[in-house]
Design a protein around this ligand. Structure first.
Ligand code: SAH
Length: 346
């Protein structure tokens, strides 16, 4: 039988596991704290358990992991990109960003991605598999151990579509938020989606206090269909209804992400149409000059175009900011470092 991954279990699940192997319930709490509070890498580290139990765990169970393979530190701003190896030699990447208010980590939720956005490097080779909750946590635990600094916020904006790996992502959020784990507040967790409508309703009904970011990138279906294939089944009218439901249910403001691509979605007409469609929405827009991906010939909008776009939206009362570009010297855009590594490995 396959070994069970204790790092992906809630405390209740861990209690069930201990009962199954004939151990006392309180052992579950001890193991949970070793995994999530002390971030132990192996059962042999869990020194307040008997040798007997440690050996039993070794035999019956495993701890999912992410091992640091490579690391690049930006000379500009200290942003650090990590390349991790997982079980089966799968490769993922995460980014540590340093802000005035603390350290934020951007994690991957899948190996690759199957959403097919035409400007994104993560999706060029499709998806290989979903990450477990334990593998998502491991990215944060390892970065914290590597830097010796606390991680205070987490964004699910690395490779993969979080809502395409729904159950594991929800488990991950609950473990990350657990008082016996890192205890990161839900308001310090942001989940970014390309807009899988049904799953957005499901997420709203979980009544979490996380921030939902929606990758919009266009003011209408015509442009959106060209750059985001997922939009064909998830059209903008229905998408915006789902956003409204999310903010009505959770009382949380939605963030719309909008990658500015020269000549594609950055005209003032686009800004105008966008402002009309988002009227009355509890939201905030984040403009991101698109990062170059060498496999695509998109160009980022000029600084001036981005500023004008932002100014227009702000003048219509829609709060708009331009994302500060971190780590552009270390391939910090989605999926770029992993792609380069895989090409070298071949
Ligand atoms: N699948 C999720 C989360 C991962 S992508 C989503 O689509 O939201 C995180 C964000 O980076 C998304 O807004 C995505 O559209 C954006 N992104 C991907 N490639 C980019 C690029 N080359 N330049 C700028 N933003 C990019």
């Amino acid at each position: 039988m396959a070994k069970e991954d204790l790092k992906s279990m809630s405390l209740e699940e861990l209690q069930g596991f201990m009962a199954n192997i004939g151990e006392a319930k309180f052992r579950a709490k001890q193991v949970f704290e070793w995994i999530h509070k002390k971030q132990a890498d192996s059962f042999s580290d869990m020194t307040n358990l008997s040798k007997n139990l440690r050996e039993k765990l070794e035999k019956e169970a495993k701890l999912s992991y992410a091992r640091i393979l490579e690391k690049r530190v930006s000379k500009q701003d200290g942003t650090t990109k990590y390349l991790f190896a997982l079980e089966n030699d799968n490769i993922i990447e995460s980014v540590l960003m340093r802000y005035g208010y603390g350290n934020a980590v951007c994690i991957s939720t899948q190996v690759g991605c199957r959403m097919g956005c035409t400007f994104c490097a993560s999706t060029l080779d499709g998806v290989e598999r979903n990450l477990t909750a334990g593998e998502m946590l491991s990215q944060i635990y390892e970065i914290q151990k590597d830097t010796g600094e606390r991680v205070s916020s987490v964004v699910l904006m690395g490779s993969g579509e979080p809502l395409d790996n729904y159950d594991n992502v929800i488990k991950f959020i609950k473990l990350l938020n657990d008082k016996d784990g890192l205890n990161i507040g839900q308001r310090h967790i942001t989940l970014s989606t390309c807009g899988l409508i049904e799953k957005m309703y499901k997420l709203a009904d979980e009544c979490l206090q996380i921030t939902l970011a929606v990758s919009l990138h266009a003011p209408n279906d015509e442009i959106r269909n060209k750059i985001m294939p997922v939009s064909k089944k998830n059209d903008m009218d229905r998408l915006l209804e789902a956003c409204k439901y999310y903010s009505d249910t959770t009382k949380r403001r939605i963030t719309f992400e909008y990658a500015m691509i020269s000549g594609v979605n950055d005209s003032l007409d686009c800004a105008k149409e966008l402002s009309e469609r988002l009227r009355n929405m509890l939201c905030h827009i984040n403009l991101i000059p698109v990062n170059d991906v060498k496999e695509r010939n998109y160009k980022k909008s000029s600084g001036e175009t981005v500023e004008r776009f932002a100014e227009f939206l702000n003048s219509k009362g829609i709060e708009t900011t331009v994302r500060r570009k971190l780590g552009s010297d270390i391939n910090a855009a989605c999926g770029q470092l992993r792609k380069g590594y895989l090409e070298k490995r071949q």
